[in-house]
Design a protein around this ligand. Structure first.
Ligand code: AGP
Length: 585
């Protein structure tokens, strides 16, 4: 998954591209590059490593493209960094996606004399355009080249002596920013939100030509397409770190606000979705990672409150369920980015079987939003940190409301969530953070951390473990409280840390006895519970708010994970090998 950007206008393109790429680094940060066009000249700079390490000079111009990379084909090297150029150096492209037939295309182009400089799949696009440009206009050459590609792409392209910048997409995101006499193209809105909030979301297999005006055409037929100009609700401030050192802590600290955004969904909207869930014959939640954990949490609430069974399936596993799907099935993909390839594949399978698709996502105009029959926006604001924090609790809260609404008890859900807002403010206060820094300093050298919970706090244990491992690189595993003794308890030794999620609910006594099993084998017990307990070596007080408890219990672990990362010298916003949205299967 990578970030691409293009600019044409009155400002210095390199400045816009560099600042925009910094906003897109969460999409990939192995390497980056910029190509600036100055009439006859296409000047390209490429570097491995992070943009923030660059202190060199950039070419000045009024049009250019840029790219920040998460390596898929070809190692992390300068020559594999984008933008990629044609043989004659007259065409430059930046690409996000996977070209599945790149080897075949590369062989054909090599046979025609094209010389490749990188090991990437993307470079074939530059040479393919060059080939077609021998007989066609630049616009038609790009369109023809795109027709040959199998796989996914979001592309920006410019040429020497050209006045246009071209963007196109298929399954990977690309949004157009419309400024005053200037144009932006980017993978995501934060890249240019400082300059304009007027956007056009390109549809699948559409190409935009930005010159003196905006022209959008269908890639297959070339026929013109009209797309509305939409206003983005985010502010530039939301897409920046503000006074925080990292986006991760900023977004953790915003969770009281994201709860308010969840509560802002109208009763009619929530009840309308709940009605679709109640009328369906078979409902599937489909998601990955943290979004999957939110879905699993909700399945317990649907069972307990609405007496309804919801199937919860990893998106990558969902295609293996296709024989179970009917035209009465309701599939609910849950995805913060709305671009996760596994989720998009699951949606394709669902629709092929006639199932209806109701998406829950955080990104307006995302591929998932466009592919679904209906969609619900999380309205959590931009989440830049690779880790899902505020979007996770936003999903849990929204799904909890749907579960209660499904049982005709929406007002109760609202009450629980409203009560949780004040508690979230306490849990993200400086006082709590100081306590968690103390815990992080005790755990920073540990090699393994275990987390146990029961009921809705079993998925919380899974989410807790994911947070810890993906940002601090400490191995962590989450378990149902009753499962640890069926094998993994063999790994518990003196000092092995185990986080025990023990709310004051029906799971309390049993999870405490599971904690005792660990304690008796030397484990170091960290208790998340309303009251302290003699078996806790470290206590984090958390009140119990009925079914909204899963919202609260994860927050101290998010903060703990952040401090573990900082103390271990890891980058909380851009963990190694990860990207914010996984647009490869
Ligand atoms: C969460 O911290 C991870 N970064 C990751 O598991 C993420 O939740 C997963 O990739 C799903 O992303 P999505 O919600 O955008 O589909």
């Amino acid at each position: 998954m990578c970030g691409i950007i293009g600019y044409k206008g009155k400002r210095n393109a390199s400045d816009i591209l560099l600042s925009g790429l910094k906003r897109l680094e969460y999409r990939g940060y192995d390497s980056w590059g910029i190509t600036a066009q100055n009439g006859e000249e296409l000047a390209t700079i490429k570097r491995t490593g992070k943009l923030s390490d660059f202190d060199g000079k950039l070419p000045s111009s009024h049009m250019g493209i840029g790219h920040t990379r998460w390596a898929t084909h070809g190692g992390v090297t300068e020559r594999n960094a984008h933008p990629h150029l044609s043989c004659d150096g007259a065409i430059a492209i930046a690409h996000n996606g996977i070209i599945e037939n790149y080897q075949e295309l590369r062989d054909e182009l090599s046979a025609k004399g094209h010389v490749f400089k990188s090991d990437t799949d993307s470079e074939v696009i530059a040479h393919l355009i060059e080939e077609y440009a021998k007989e066609k206009s630049f616009k038609e050459a790009v369109r023809k080249a795109l027709q040959q590609l199998k796989g996914s792409y979001a592309l920006v392209a410019i040429r020497r002596n050209g006045s246009e910048i071209i963007g196109a997409r298929k399954e990977s995101p690309l949004v157009i920013g419309i400024g005053d006499g200037e144009w932006f193209l980017a993978s995501d809105v934060p890249a240019f939100i400082d300059y304009t909030k007027d956007v056009v979301f390109l549809g699948d297999e559409e190409m935009a030509v930005l010159d003196r005006g905006l022209e959008i055409v269908d890639i297959g037929t070339g026929s013109p397409i009209r797309r509305p100009i939409e206003k983005v609700s985010w502010s530039a401030e939301q897409a920046s770190k503000g006074e925080f050192e990292h986006y991760m802590m900023k977004e953790i600290s915003e969770q009281n606000e994201t709860m308010r955004q969840v509560l802002a969904h109208s009763d009619s909207e929530i009840m309308g979705i709940a009605k679709r869930i109640n009328e369906a014959f078979g409902v599937f939640f489909v998601a990955c990672g943290s979004s999957y954990h939110a879905a699993l949490t909700a399945s317990y609430v649907f069972s307990k409150i609405a007496k309804k069974h919801i199937n919860v399936v990893y998106a990558s596993e969902f295609p293996y369920y296709e024989d179970f799907l009917t035209d009465r099935t309701l599939v609910i993909p849950i995805s913060q980015s709305g671009e996760t390839a596994d989720v998009m594949q699951a949606v394709k399978v669902a629709k092929s079987k006639g199932a209806k698709v109701l998406a829950i996502t955080n990104v307006m105009g995302s591929s998932l939003m466009r592919a679904a029959h209906w969609s619900v926006m999380m309205n959590a604001g931009p989440e830049i940190c690779v880790l899902s924090t505020k979007s996770y609790t936003s999903q849990v809260a929204l799904l909890t409301m749907l579960a209660y609404a499904s049982a005709g008890r929406l007002a109760e859900a609202r009450a629980h969530i409203e009560k949780s807002v004040a508690e979230i403010e306490r849990l993200t206060s400086a006082e709590t953070k100081i306590k968690l820094v103390e815990l992080a300093s005790k755990l920073r050298e540990k090699e393994n951390i275990y987390v146990i919970g029961r009921g809705t706090n079993y998925p919380t244990a899974l989410e807790a473990a994911l947070k810890i491992k993906e940002v601090s690189y400490i191995h962590a595993e989450g378990f149902p409280g009753g499962e640890l003794k069926h094998g993994t308890i063999a790994l518990i030794e003196e000092g092995t840390p185990c986080i025990v999620i023990a709310p004051g609910d029906e799971t309390h006594n049993e999870i405490i006895s599971n904690a005792m099993e660990i304690k008796s084998r030397g484990g170091y017990i960290i208790g998340l519970s309303p009251e302290n307990n003699e078996i806790f070596d470290f206590h984090i007080p958390i009140p119990t708010f009925g079914e909204a408890n899963a919202l609260l219990n994860i927050i101290p672990i998010q903060i703990l994970s952040y401090y573990l990362a900082v103390l271990r010298g890891c980058d909380p916003d851009k963990p190694k090998n990860l990207a914010k949205s996984v647009t490869v299967k």
